[in-house]
Design a protein around this ligand. Structure first.
Ligand code: NDP
Length: 327
């Protein structure tokens, strides 16, 4: 085909982000969206793109070059990833760090049997941050790597805040501790506990008649979620909540601090400040979709991660153009 034919499996925040990212990449074309919900109930940004039932997806195996999996990591991807690798080249954003090798094995067998590429855990973390951790620890073998997250909206912690009696609306942001980042940048290579690396900030709209001090106390003392951190709770009104806390910002830092031969201090820092986590993650998925297309065309098969993808493959430019423009 003259354009890479792409489809989306699962249409939530990330699926919508992929749809808009594809519109910025003229060498790719969105040929359809697959959903487990009734297709007529799923409305896309571009209403001319067809929505199909997930149950029919295998019938489209000859019409799609790369399938972008936008389901959730917890329950959707462990099931959908291995199944879809039987029919399609796939890209997904699987982010359950503790299960990455289990998931890799589950994708690898069906992908090899079908002669497909299944690229897992693409996004920013895992994804771009993983690459930067790799650069850090290979280029500066004697040193420490630090990952800080935020400022970012945490879905799980926001849910926990909303379950506290007296809370009408609530969100939680995780922020890197300024003090910890300064020490790392300074080359101190400190040993930092979770508590020292991040702080938590909550914004709450109270139910009518609820007592602010009681609510604050229930939040900051919540075991696991908030007790181990420095947590601040801000009470705001509903209008402010709607105006300032509806987006999904995120980001963070990967910093490698190391020493080379003459004990010179060397620091590598990579940072992201994201206005929308799902839209950014989607943009990473789409760039890697192009790489998957090229890898499959070159005859590669099996499960892959970002470590297996040569950076030049992400670009629509030819290798000679890339050398000329960016080397
Ligand atoms: P959502 O909850 O928005 O969507 C997940 C799935 O839920 C969708 O694919 C969709 O499947 C279903 N769904 C969505 N909306 C509805 C609805 N209104 N009613 C019923 N079902 C619905 O999750 P996100 O898109 O925000 O995130 C997906 C995953 O992305 C996360 O689990 C995380 O693993 C990953 N991620 C990875 C990052 C990285 O850096 N690697 C960063 C950010 C996220 P269907 O259409 O079939 O119903």
């Amino acid at each position: 085909p003259d354009r890479i034919r792409v489809a989306i499996a699962g249409y939530g925040n990330l699926g919508r982000g992929v749809e808009s990212a594809l519109a910025q990449n003229p060498d790719m074309r969105l040929v359809g969206v697959f959903s487990r919900r009734d297709p007529s109930s799923v409305s896309l940004l571009d209403s001319t793109v067809p929505v199909y039932a997930m149950a029919d997806i295998e019938h489209y195996k000859n019409d799609v070059d790369v399938m972008i999996l936008c389901g959730g990591s917890k329950t959707d991807l462990p099931e959908q990833g291995p199944y879809l690798a039987r029919f399609f080249n796939t890209v997904d954003s699987f982010d359950t760090h503790a299960k990455v090798n289990e998931y890799h094995a589950a994708l690898d067998e069906p992908a090899r049997k079908a002669g497909k590429v299944a690229l897992m855990s693409v996004g920013w973390d895992p994804g771009l941050f993983s690459l930067n951790r790799l650069f850090g620890e290979t280029i500066l073998p004697e040193g420490e790597t630090y990952t800080f997250w935020g400022k970012g909206l945490s879905q799980g912690h926001s849910d926990a805040v909303r379950r506290v009696p007296g809370v009408k609306k609530g969100v939680q942001y995780t922020l890197p501790s300024e003090d910890a980042i300064a020490r790392v940048r300074n080359g101190e290579q400190p040993e930092l506990s979770t508590r020292e690396k991040h702080v938590r900030e909550c914004f709450v709209v109270l139910e009518e008649g609820a007592d602010a001090e009681t609510v604050r106390n229930s939040i900051v003392t919540m075991p696991d979620y908030f007790e181990p951190f420095d947590t601040t709770v801000n009470f705001i009104d509903e209008a402010t909540f709607a105006a300032e806390h509806s987006a999904m910002p995120h980001g963070g830092f990967v910093i490698r601090s190391g020493d080379t031969g003459t004990q010179s201090k060397q620091t590598i820092e990579y940072s992201l400040a994201l206005g929308s986590n799902p839209e950014f993650t989607a943009s990473v998925l789409v760039a890697y979709t192009r790489a998957v297309y090229k890898m499959a065309a070159a005859g590669e098969v099996g499960a892959k991660s970002v470590f297996d993808v040569a950076p030049g493959l992400l670009s629509p430019k030819s290798p000679s153009q890339l050398r000329k423009d960016l080397l």
